[in-house]
Ligand binder design. Structure first.
Ligand code: GLA
Length: 539
């Protein structure tokens, strides 16, 4: 009302823009005193009446662009834009959290109390969010409704309509083959922060992990990459150079430290403007970022599609990934290139040609038998695509994260090794039990994973929930894994010939018990615990 008091000369309501009314953004720079002199008195009165009416009607309206700014605690801010249209008791519009653009599909209630559900397609599936909210003193109070418990209640405020709009599209370059970087001749081994620490990763933790890996036998067992996942990113400086956020005060110094331990440092980014967690991505800065990584001493990049979803079509992934492949090569440093786009677009068919050393073949793993076994046992058809320098990546290990039994973690380790999968530990290696340590560092199992021939295992025999996988090794031995996917113990008996092994083995080595048997008949029979495995090396 204060604004309208001097309205007779200065108030301006953007003509024709109902949204401006709705946003209460009654601007004062449009009608100058000069204009006002020319406007007849009765017109002006009617105009003011309209202003008052519009303001009164829109007082409780949800329509507008609302920004929810949540500090991440590291100097960066998560921004969520609720772009709402209220028509009667119906609310439509979008919710944009980082580069996730959700469309509102359902709503109930109004300004006093509303619930909105929005979804966005992610490949063949979709992601949904639900918020409850109300208008409180001109601000929007919102609470995310989650399956477990509601999130915190937060206040969003009105911002100009254009704020938070998607950046302009940058055409990806025409497709061309990227040279092989000569790295990852065996599947990369190391550690990554995401599975255990998610957003709670910082410089001190990474140093602690590197210390542990250098002293607990992991490094010597082959785990050399120490990879920082999402949430290390800060803002760009005036020249557009990416800066780490407060949690990583000096990335070069951290790389030097990790290198001093005989380890290598990995980092994470996205081809989109933002990462999955809403941090700064490499969009439009690919070469610059690759140069920065090289200058810091980075040895591995995980490049996560996430933030690119709303800019590019899935079918453009190849060109977009190639752009960073080129940039890494041009940086002059040897940087392993890990593609993370969840196995869309048959990435195994083009991953090598965009410079990729490994590519995710599935969505995110979680620390459960269901998730691990669903992903691991579905990799069979991808076997032809694994080879030295280029690997299928069924995602990082969950071994030691606490929600599977040691038997199940042995199956996880055995299956990943049979698949010639990258072995990227995802637990807190500073504090792990002896049994978890021994599962992760079993040299005979790692030798299967790291076999130079790089043949990914095939399923060669199956009976119900029991199955046998095998892979040929460089020295002529054959690795055989006998899995029992059932929850209860099972006796598994099969003839070698039925598993594609034509000659009776002369020696069978058990890679978990570390013992050997020379009495090998035409068939193999063993009791395998529920969700367990027998991992054998046969000659
Ligand atoms: C995606 C990836 C995960 C992890 C997170 C980080 O979900 O698939 O592995 O990197 O992003 O935001």
């Amino acid at each position: 009302m204060g604004r309208l008091r001097n309205a007779s000369f200065t108030v301006k309501v953007d003509a024709g823009s109902l949204q401006e009314f709705d946003q209460h953004s009654v601007r004062t720079d449009w009608i100058t005193p000069d204009h006002a002199k020319r406007i007849p008195n009765h017109t002006m009165k009617f105009f003011i009446f309209l202003c008052l009416l519009a303001t009164a009607c829109s007082a409780g309206d949800l329509t507008g662009n609302w920004l929810l700014a949540t500090p991440n605690g590291d100097g960066t801010t998560r921004r969520t834009y609720f772009k709402l249209q209220q028509r009667g008791d119906r609310i439509t519009g979008t919710i944009r959290w980082t580069l996730h653009l959700f469309s509102i599909t359902q709503s109930t209630g109004g300004p006093e109390n509303f619930t909105i559900t929005a979804s966005m397609p992610i490949g063949p599936s979709e992601r949904r969010v639900t918020y409850r909210g109300k208008l409180v003193g001109g601000e929007l109070q919102v609470t995310e409704i989650k399956a477990q418990a509601p999130g915190p209640t937060m206040m969003a405020h009105r911002v100009p309509d254009a704020e938070g709009a998607l950046p302009a599209r940058i055409e990806p370059p025409a497709l061309h083959p990227v040279h092989d970087n000569g790295l990852a001749r065996t599947p990369p081994m190391g550690w990554n922060s995401w599975n255990k620490f998610a957003n709670h990763i910082d410089d001190a933790t990474v140093r602690g992990i590197a210390d542990a890996m250098a002293s607990n036998g992991m490094r010597d067992a082959g785990y050399v990459y120490v990879n920082i996942d999402d949430t290390w990113e800060g803002e760009r400086d005036a020249r557009g150079n990416i800066q780490p956020n407060r949690k990583f005060p000096n990335m070069k110094a951290l790389a030097d430290y990790v290198h001093s331990k005989g380890l290598k440092l990995g980092i994470y980014s996205s081809p989109g403007p933002n990462t999955c967690e809403g941090y700064e991505g490499s969009y439009g800065h690919e070469e610059q970022d690759a140069r920065t990584y090289a200058a810091w001493g980075i040895d591995y990049l995980k490049y996560d599609w996430c933030g690119a979803f709303t800019i590019y079509k899935d079918s453009e992934m190849q060109a977009v990934y190639q752009k960073m492949g080129d940039a890494l090569l041009a940086s002059g440093r040897s940087i392993v290139y890990s593609l993370c786009q969840y196995g869309f677009e048959d990435v195994w068919k083009w991953g090598p040609s965009v410079g990729g050393n490994l590519w995710r073949t599935a969505g995110d793993i979680s620390d459960s038998w269901e998730s691990m076994s669903r992903i691991g046992f579905s990799q069979e058809r991808l076997a032809p695509y694994a080879r030295p320098g280029h690997w299928n990546d069924p995602d990082m290990l969950e071994i030691g994260n606490g929600h599977m039994s040691d038997t199940e973690y042995k199956t996880h380790m055995s299956l990943w090794s049979m698949l010639a999968a990258p072995l990227i530990a995802g637990n807190d290696v500073r504090a792990m039990s002896t049994s978890i340590h021994d599962i992760l560092t079993n040299p005979e199992v790692i030798a299967i994973d790291q076999d130079k021939a790089g043949h990914q295992a095939r399923r060669v025999w199956q009976s119900g929930q029991q199955e046998v996988w095998s892979r040929e090794l460089a020295d002529g031995d054959i690795a055989v894994a006998v899995f029992n996917r059932a929850p209860q113990v099972a006796r598994v008996t099969f003839r070698w010939a039925d598993a594609g092994i034509r000659k009776t083995p002369s020696r069978i080595r058990d890679l978990w018990r570390h013992n050997e048997s020379k009495e090998c008949g035409v068939e193999y029979s063993a009791e395998v615990p529920g969700h367990g495995v027998e991992l054998l090396r046969i000659r």
